[in-house]
Design a protein around this ligand. Structure first.
Ligand code: UDP
Ligand code: MG
Length: 168
């Protein structure tokens, strides 16, 4: 048995369409464990890093606007890490193909995705494509102490006089 981790993002269209519950319910069919979860804003830098493999595509700029929530007036995503046996395969199967018109009708993207008039696939959810990408993406979206299992090597650093917010 090989345990894998995968990044899942509920994209801004998923949040705007109030699909969080539906999507999490569908993903619970996998019986995988959620080992990290948060609502987070997506900076320009994070968006560009996340989609670095598509930077030469004509739709790249729109894609960055999409994941940053600029097309849906929802400047956030829900980011999660699912972990367990064959996590990537199981999640990709449930999520369906990138193009929502080609995705199996009962998959998450087939059920809820659409193609905009400008051609962007608004497919409500992101899932990592393979283990290497999963590691790259999870390290990009989460710090080690936000994940309740030790997925990848980490180190402890002493931070001197770093300002952080706490409850007043
Ligand atoms: N995308 C798009 N048009 C394309 C290919 C991709 O709008 O022709 C968008 C779509 O939202 C997709 C994201 O870019 O989810 C990332 O593309 P990738 O090829 O990595 O597909 P994924 O891994 O998300 O299925
Ligand atoms: Mg991908």
């Amino acid at each position: 048995m090989t345990n894998q981790a995968t990044l899942i993002l509920i994209k801004p269209d998923g949040l705007k369409k109030s699909l969080t519950g539906n999507i999490l319910t569908r993903l619970s069919e996998t019986k995988l464990e959620i080992v990290a979860a948060k609502i987070t804003r997506v900076s320009q830098g994070l968006a560009e890093e996340h989609y670095q493999h598509l930077k030469d595509k004509p739709f790249f700029e729109d894609l960055i606007k999409y994941i940053r929530g600029e097309l849906h007036n929802r400047r956030k995503v829900m980011a999660l890490v699912y972990w367990g046996e064959d996590a990537i395969t199981k999640c990709r199967q449930l999520v369906g193909s990138t193009n929502p018109e080609e995705a199996e009708a009962t998959s998450i993207r087939g059920s809820y995705g659409r193609i905009t008039t400008s051609g962007v696939y608004e497919n409500v959810i992101h899932v990592s494509s393979d283990e290497k990408e999963a590691q790259r993406e999870i390290r990009l979206w989460f710090q080690p102490d936000e994940i309740i299992v030790n997925l990848y090597p980490s180190k402890e650093v002493l931070e001197k006089e770093k300002k952080r917010k706490t409850w007043a």
